[in-house]
Design a binder for this molecule. Structure first.
Ligand code: NPG
Length: 369
C-alpha cells in the first residue's frame, strides 16, 4: 500500500482508581493513538508509552516528536509499505521501539481491514478466548489489598499479580496467602525496584508458591538476574529487560529468565512479539502477554496475541472496566474468567467516534509529501 496520511491523537482517560507501582502513581492514562489512512481504508495503532519516562525511556511527547520528525516521514515517503516491511523501513532510527510498534500496528490494522482478515487469523491464534489476569497496584494498607484482590477474584479473574517494592514485598504476599489460601495463582512484579543485595527478600518469597517474580532487578542486569535465578526457587520472569528477540535469546541462554512477559510495544511491534513467542516455544520457555493500561484498541490486539499456543500463562489482559469506566471501543469484557479474542477484520474493533472525540486532547496530521 501507499500511505496517504498519519494522524496522531492523544487521548486522556481517567482511571477508575489510582494505579501505584514501584515507579509512581497513575490516576489518568494519556495515550497516543496512531491513525493510518490509505485511500478509503484506515487503521489504528495504540502506543504504550506513558506520559513520563518512568517505566521506559520512551514517553508520550518524545514519541510524538520522533514520529513527527523522523518515523512518520519515512513511512509516508516510502513507495510502498506493508506491516511486514515497517520494521525494516524504520530500522535506521535507533531504538524508539514503542513509537515504531504503534506505527506498525496502525499499518497492520489497515492491511488486515482491507483484506477482511482478523488479527487472530493472521497470527495463527489457536484459541477463541484467553484467560484473564489482573494486575493490582500497591495499596495504602494490607487490608485494602486483601479487599481489592477479593473483589477481583469475585469478578472471576483467574490470576492475581501484585506490584511490589522494597518494604511492600513479603507482607502483602503472606496476607494474600492467608486470606485466599495457597491455591490462587499469584505472582509479583517489582518493576526493577530491587538489587541483588535484596536476595533475602526473594528467598523469603520462595515459601509462598508464586507463579513467578517479574523483573526484580534493573533492566540491563541480565547477568544479575541469572545469578538471582540460581539463588531462588521461584521462576524469574523478565519484562523491561526483554526489548527484542535478541535480548530474549540472550536472557534465555544465560538462564536469566524461565518465563517471559511479552509486550508488543516494548519490543517494537507485534511481529517482533511473535518472533519472541516462537523463540520461547523453541526453548521451552513459558510466555504471557503483558499490559500497559491499554484502551480497547491495544487491549483487543493483546487478546489475539495471547491466543497463540505458547502463551501458556494468563496475561495482564483484564476487562476494560478494570481501568476505565468508558472505553473508546466497545468494552472488552470478562466472562467466566476469560476475554474473547476478537474475530472481526483488523486488530481491534474501530473506536466509536463520539467516545474517541470526547477524550481526545490533541491531534496532529501529516500527509504524503
Ligand atoms: O493490566 O494493563 C494492565 C497493567 C499491567 O501492571 C501492569 N503493567 O509493569 O507490567 C507493568 C505494568 C505497567 C503499567 C508498566 C503501566 C508501565 C506502565
Amino acid at each position: 500500500m501507499r500511505l496517504d496520511g498519519l494522524e496522531l491523537r492523544v487521548v486522556r482517560m481517567p482511571l477508575v482508581a489510582p494505579f501505584t507501582t514501584s515507579f509512581g502513581t497513575e490516576t489518568v492514562r494519556e495515550a497516543l493513538l496512531v491513525h493510518a489512512v490509505s485511500g478509503d481504508d484506515e487503521g489504528w495503532g495504540e502506543c504504550v508509552a506513558m506520559a513520563g519516562p518512568l517505566y521506559s525511556s520512551e514517553y508520550l511527547d518524545g514519541v510524538i516528536d520522533v514520529i513527527t520528525r523522523f518515523l512518520g516521514p519515512m513511512l509516508l515517503g516510502a513507495a510502498t509499505v506493508t506491516a511486514e516491511t515497517v520494521g525494516a523501513l524504520l530500522e535506521p532510527v535507533v531504538g524508539h521501539r514503542m513509537a515504531k510498534a504503534a506505527l506498525e500496528a496502525a499499518v497492520l490494522d489497515l492491511q488486515l481491514r482491507r483484506a477482511g482478515v482478523s488479527f487472530a487469523a493472521y497470527l495463527g491464534a489457536t484459541r477463541d478466548r484467553v484467560p484473564s489476569g489482573v494486575s493490582v497496584g500497591i495499596q495504602p494498607s494490607i487490608d485494602d489489598l486483601v479487599e481489592v484482590v477479593g473483589g477481583y477474584l469475585d469478578r472471576g479473574y483467574v490470576r492475581i499479580k501484585i506490584k511490589i517494592r522494597p518494604g511492600w514485598d513479603v507482607a502483602p504476599v503472606r496476607a494474600l496467602r492467608e486470606a485466599f489460601g495457597p491455591g490462587i495463582p499469584l505472582q509479583v512484579d517489582a518493576n526493577s525496584a530491587f538489587t541483588l543485595a535484596d536476595a533475602a527478600v526473594f528467598r523469603q518469597l520462595d515459601e509462598f508458591g508464586l507463579l513467578l517474580i517479574e523483573q526484580p532487578l534493573y533492566e540491563d542486569d541480565i547477568r544479575l538476574h541469572a545469578e538471582l535465578a540460581r539463588m531462588i526457587s521461584t521462576p524469574v520472569c523478565l519484562d523491561e529487560s526483554i526489548v527484542s528477540a535478541r535480548a530474549a535469546a540472550d536472557a534465555i541462554a544465560l538462564g536469566a529468565a524461565s518465563v517471559l512477559n511479552i509486550k508488543a510495544g516494548r519490543v517494537g511491534g507485534y511481529l517482533e512479539a511473535r518472533r519472541i513467542h516462537d523463540l520461547a516455544v523453541a526453548n521451552g520457555v513459558a510466555v504471557w502477554c503483558g499490559g500497559m493500561l491499554e484502551t480497547g484498541i491495544g487491549r483487543s490486539a493483546n487478546a489475539a496475541l495471547a491466543a497463540l499456543p505458547g502463551f501458556t500463562l494468563p496475561g495482564d489482559i483484564s476487562a476494560s472496566d478494570r481501568f476505565y469506566e468508558t472505553d473508546i471501543t466497545p468494552p472488552v469484557l470478562i466472562e467466566d474468567g476469560h476475554v474473547a479474542v476478537p474475530q472481526g477484520p483488523g486488530m481491534s474493533p474501530l473506536p466509536i467516534p463520539e467516545l474517541l472525540d470526547a477524550v481526545t486532547v490533541r491531534t496532529s496530521r501529516s500527509t504524503r509529501p
